[in-house]
Design a binder for this molecule. Structure first.
Ligand SMILES: C[S@@+](CC[C@H](N)C(=O)[O-])C[C@H]1O[C@@H](n2cnc3c(N)ncnc32)[C@H](O)[C@@H]1O
Length: 253
């Protein structure tokens, strides 16, 4: 098993005004727009003939947070898979039961997640806490893997960004916007390492014929990331967060 210790920064817990539950409509829009792509992939690529008719159909949402977006995703997948079985002459009478695993870091507010799980859900639900950069499931045990707005979370900050003697020293900034190439390279290298840990772990866990749907923020190849619209926004947000942290530090000491 791989072992990568990922830092954990959970979303705001509960259902209050500042909670993730009440402040994730942007991610919900993304999840809704990816529905058609997922439906099509399930209809055309999910190889249900390879699955045993006596096993449940297992779905895992990696980086699920506290809801409600994860419930939308899961219901969409369940509906699309059921439709696929109904349309398959040899399997239309063998629609499987569904087992859903909600994954996030151990610090995630799983209580809010389970309190708000839809009453009319048509699946068994369980949580699997831990970093998705590690193995979390037995070999060949997942039929459908999903993750949205989570894989841009690096497992750790590249250490050279904090090293004043390194050309990749980021001078205390928390983004790569308008930073030297070495800073961008350090972020890219960490992302590549993390993605490969994620994909290697899932490669073991997904059953033959299974599928994976990943939704993450990206920029077109011809726009260098540090110059993209996101970089500008993150630079602004980064400087606000640094100011806030400085105020808290000055007040404390
Ligand atoms: C912005 S939320 C996205 C929630 C949900 N998927 C959505 O689309 O609304 C990102 C989630 O990824 C989780 N996350 C980040 N890194 C993770 C890791 N290494 N392992 C498990 N969860 C992680 C965070 O804790 C957070 O709850």
């Amino acid at each position: 098993m791989t072992k990568a210790v990922a830092e954990s920064f959970p979303m705001n817990r509960g259902e209050g005004v500042y909670s993730y539950t009440q402040n994730s409509s942007h991610q919900r829009d993304g999840v809704n727009s990816s529905k058609a792509v997922i439906d099509e992939a399930i209809a055309e690529k999910l190889d249900i003939l390879k699955f045993s008719t006596s096993d449940p159909f297992t779905i895992a949402d990696f980086g699920c947070s506290t809801g409600p977006n994860t419930f939308l995703v899961v219901q969409n997948v369940v509906d699309a898979v059921k439709l696929k079985y109904q349309k398959c002459p040899s399997l239309s009478m063998h629609i499987p039961e569904f087992q859903v695993y909600f994954n996030d870091h151990i610090d995630n507010d799983f209580n809010t997640l389970f309190k708000s799980i839809p009453l009319e859900k048509q699946y068994f639900a369980a949580s699997v806490p831990g970093s998705f950069y590690d193995r979390l499931f037995p070999k060949a045990s997942l039929n459908f893997v999903h993750s949205s707005y989570a894989l841009h979370w690096l497992s750790t900050l590249p250490s050279e960004l904090l090293d004043k003697n390194s050309p990749a020293w980021n001078k205390g900034r928390i983004t790569y916007a308008n930073a030297p190439d070495e800073v961008v390279k350090a972020f890219k290298a960490q992302f590549a390492k993390d993605m490969s840990s994620f994909l290697n772990a899932r490669a073991e866990e997904v059953v033959p014929g299974g599928l994976m749907g990943l939704l993450l923020i990206a920029t077109p190849d011809d726009i260098p990331s540090p110059k993209s619209i996101f970089a500008g926004l993150f630079d602004l947000m980064g400087s606000c967060l640094m100011d806030m942290a400085k105020i808290v530090r000055d007040v404390q000491f």
